[in-house]
Design a protein around this ligand. Structure first.
Ligand code: FMN
Length: 318
């Protein structure tokens, strides 16, 4: 049991925000497999206050999606404060602030990772959001700008002083992007000094690895991103199953949630990408992935995945 301010969580495993992936169906699936908190894709504060159609769709949620954190990004304290006030209508359980995204489109406007270079502005942003929110506000950042400029110690102290209820530390620097490995020793040192809960993040590939990372770093919780794609078992103690049957249950459930919550005529490439990820690292899996990528409509893809459960098909893959 772990809590972020008043928001209590039944497991220390959290689904990371993943732009292009952590939408409502995927968040629901991860909740069903044990994630205690799920974080939305990053939402532009500008797009939110202009109520852009695509952004409003990103706010879709439902009771089973809870607790959910909506993640905002931006570099203007007034605008992000206004966006936080607007967000209250959608009743998030937490608001998370993106202060670690290295993507150029985000940093060139002074948001995401660029805020690690301007701690005063980051503080104003957190204060503005805390003042406009009735739910806990959390911050997600990286360990620093580069290996010579580790900012997260100061950042964690500043975030706590500005009213943040928890901080997530991705153990890479801005300069690293997604290369190299996450530095869990620095995460441990940050946790040692922090006065708010610390959520460790970076390179966790299995439930057991998450438990070990938590033990070694003494972090309050861990956040898992890439390893959850096609692998919601990362949130369950039992881990990834061996047989294709259990894999098919998850893939079919994901398809069902996608069908319920998305316009399947418009998201075929995305669905093929998400579903293809379930089929890897077992004999015959690359053939299945090839077949998934050649399905030319959602019903065809759904039919194909259902057909994999037939005894005939199973004979080839067991
Ligand atoms: C495709 C992709 C999209 C991401 N989108 C976001 C995002 O919207 N907001 C954010 O704070 N981090 C984002 N991240 C970073 C992840 O949340 C996480 O910090 C990073 O992937 C390291 O964790 P992992 O090794 O468990 O994946 C993204 C990462 C990837 C690979």
């Amino acid at each position: 049991m772990f809590a972020i301010a008043g928001c209590s969580l039944d497991s220390p495993f959290i689904l990371a925000p993943l732009a292009g992936y952590s939408d409502l169906p995927f968040r629901l699936l991860c909740r069903e497999y044990g994630a205690s908190l799920v974080v939305s894709e990053m939402i532009s504060c500008h797009a939110l206050i202009y109520k852009q159609e695509k952004t409003m769709k990103m706010l879709a949620s439902c009771p089973a999606d809870r607790p959910v954190a909506f993640q905002l990004f931006g570099a203007d304290p007034d605008i992000i404060g206004e966006a936080a006030a607007l967000l209250q209508e959608f009743q998030p359980d937490c608001i998370d602030l993106n202060m670690g995204c290295p993507v150029r489109k985000v940093t060139k406007r002074g948001a995401g990772s660029a805020l690690m270079k301007d701690i005063k502005l980051a503080e104003k942003i957190i204060t503005a959001v805390v003042n406009n929110s009735s739910v806990p506000v959390t911050v997600k950042t990286r360990i620093g700008i580069d290996s010579q400029t580790i900012t997260a110690f100061k950042f964690a102290a500043m975030s706590a002083d500005a009213g943040a209820s928890a901080i997530t530390i991705h153990g890479r620097t801005w300069a690293q992007g997604f290369s190299g490995t996450a530095d869990w020793e620095i995460i441990r040192q940050i946790k040692e000094r922090a006065t708010i809960p610390v959520i460790g993040n970076g390179d966790i590939k299995s439930y057991d690895e998450g438990i070990n990372r938590m033990r070694e770093s003494t972090c309050d919780a861990v956040m898992v991103g890439r390893a959850a794609l096609g692998n919601p078992w990362v949130f369950s103690a039992a881990g990834r199953p061996e047989g294709i049957d259990a894999i098919l249950i998850a893939a079919n459930r994901h398809l069902e949630l996608i069908e319920k919550h998305l316009d399947t005529n418009r998201v075929l490439a995305y669905v093929r990408n998400q579903i293809g990820r379930y089929f890897r690292d077992f004999s015959g899996s690359s053939l299945i992935r090839q077949s998934i990528h050649s399905c030319n409509s959602f019903p065809v893809l759904k039919e194909y995945i259902l057909s994999l459960a037939s005894p005939d098909h199973n004979r080839h893959f067991n």
